[in-house]
Design a protein around this ligand. Structure first.
Ligand code: EPZ
Length: 438
């Protein structure tokens, strides 16, 4: 079975280059089929969720030309205009971003039939705000046999107030509204960097969106879109993950190709606990020379501390001096790594289901652990890198959904990790590395 085997205890040192933002890419790729022309998209991360979405887009007739690992040309010219706009296959059911195809298809063709989204099991993850938005634009939306069926005679701009700040609903409504008749206002919109990136891409295809990145987005609908070329922003969470890996292993890592502004919440917390963070135009360096300190964290929508960085932060804090608390306020099921981390020696107590009290320990010891979801999986890898001895992380399919060449990038920083397929390969790694630095 595919898993990572890690020999920990060595500080990560060196430079790592961050790829394109997965969660921006998912919105942008879905949006690209809204034109009958073609779109060249650069800096696309080559990760499983992206590949599943591209496959589903091919399934409705889009042509996908993968120029290289990180560059793709998409043409929506031959998208089926009949009843065949059905998005369903066994893989797409497992990802979340399939829902962007509803907004994209509804905008361009006024109809869409897309299987209900899956994604990491981090909470109940309703889509009522997406549906509310589509309905406000004049669509009828039904859930039938596990599919979301949305249709409209015509889409008409509207004033939509989101009851909860939702990344997915903000992007999805932006997609559909950018081809509706007249003006749409989205209030209480999410402000994440990937919202701005999707809006910039839509504008580069001819959309007229203003205010993305603030909580009021204004959209003037247009009739059609044209060809575009676009490069996706760097992945804020991949960058944050490597920053945290540097801190937890007491290393010194230059994280390159980032937008430091997007990392402010993470940098601020790292500095607060005693790490050194040096920002330059498009890189941040994180240095930790001694044991870090405790702090309090509450996850919030951007620009607050991201829920997608919560497990990685917990792994760092569980090795820091004193007692820290982390409160998760976005998803109710994002602490499933706590039991796994306990196997490595962490001392974490849950209260009320959404707050973790973390009593810092001096060290982790390697153990067999299972990744419960994407970010928690990455966090367990960081724990393994910081731990004494060997750690194996199973269920790494989750990690591969969102991190490109994760093990290779860690090895580039001197980390000892390998992706293996069997116990035999794992033992070979142990045999080989056991003689090194033993
Ligand atoms: C996106 O999920 C990301 N996924 C998640 O990334 C990320 O954790 C999350 O935003 C928050 O930043 C993608 O972009 C594909 P939300 P999404 O809608 O869009 C509630 C990762 O590891 N809500 O912003 O599903 C919801 O339950 C992941 O890369 C409703 O109540 O998140 C949650 O409490 C996993 N009704 C909150 O809003 C709705 O209609 C925020 O969810 C929609 C959401």
């Amino acid at each position: 079975m595919e898993h990572y085997i890690i020999k920990g205890g060595k500080p990560l040192v060196g430079e790592v280059v961050i790829g394109g933002a997965k969660n921006a890419a998912l919105g942008i790729l879905a949006a690209s089929i809204m034109t009958a022309g073609s779109c060249l998209i650069e800096n696309v991360p080559n990760v499983r969720d992206i590949n599943v979405l591209l496959q589903a887009m091919e399934g409705v007739g889009a042509s996908i030309d993968r120029r290289s690992d990180n560059e793709v040309v998409i043409s929506g010219k031959n998208l089926y205009m009949t009843d065949d706009l059905i998005v369903d296959n066994e893989y797409i059911r497992k990802i979340r971003a399939s829902y962007y195809l509803i907004g994209a298809l509804l905008g361009r063709f006024h109809k869409a039939k897309v299987v209900l989204p899956g994604g990491c099991d981090i909470g109940s993850r309703p889509i009522d705000q997406h549906i509310k938005g589509f309905r406000a634009l004049g669509a009828t939306v039904k859930i039938e046999h596990g599919m979301i069926v949305a249709e409209a005679e015509e889409l008409i701009g509207s004033h939509i107030y989101l009851d909860v700040v939702s990344v997915g609903a903000t992007i999805n409504i932006m997609l559909a509204a950018s081809m509706a008749k007249g003006n749409t206002i989205i209030e209480n919109a999410a402000k994440e960097p990937h919202i701005v990136d999707v809006a910039n891409f839509l504008n580069s295809m001819g959309a007229r969106i203003r205010g993305a990145g603030t909580d009021v987005i204004r959209i003037k609908g247009v009739e059609s879109f044209h060809d575009a070329e676009y490069s996706i922003i760097p992945d804020q969470i991949e960058a944050g993950t490597f920053m945290m890996a540097a801190a937890a292993t007491r290393g010194n890592v230059l994280v390159k190709n980032v937008i430091p502004k997007h990392l402010e919440a993470i940098s601020a917390k790292l500095m607060e606990i005693g790490a050194q963070v040096e920002e330059s135009d498009d890189a941040v360096r994180v240095i930790a020379t001694r044991r870090l300190k405790h702090t309090q964290i509450k996850t919030l929508p951007y620009p607050g501390f991201p829920t997608d960085m919560q497990p990685q932060m917990a792994v760092t804090l569980a090795l820091s001096k004193g007692t820290s608390t982390i409160t998760e306020s976005i998803f109710e099921n994002r602490f499933r790594y706590v039991d796994e981390l306990a196997r490595m020696g962490a001392n974490i107590k849950m209260v009320d289901g959404n707050t973790a009290i973390i009593y810092g320990v001096e060290k982790y010891t390697g153990a067999k652990v299972e990744a419960p979801d994407l970010r928690a999986g990455a966090a367990l890898v960081i724990a393994g890198l910081a731990a004494e001895g060997y750690t194996s992380v199973t269920e790494i399919g989750y990690i591969l959904r969102g991190y490109e060449r994760f093990d290779e990038k860690i090895r580039g920083l001197g980390g000892m990790i390998e992706k293996v397929d069997s116990e035999k390969e794992s033992n070979k790694f142990i045999y080989r590395t056991g003689t090194l630095n033993a």
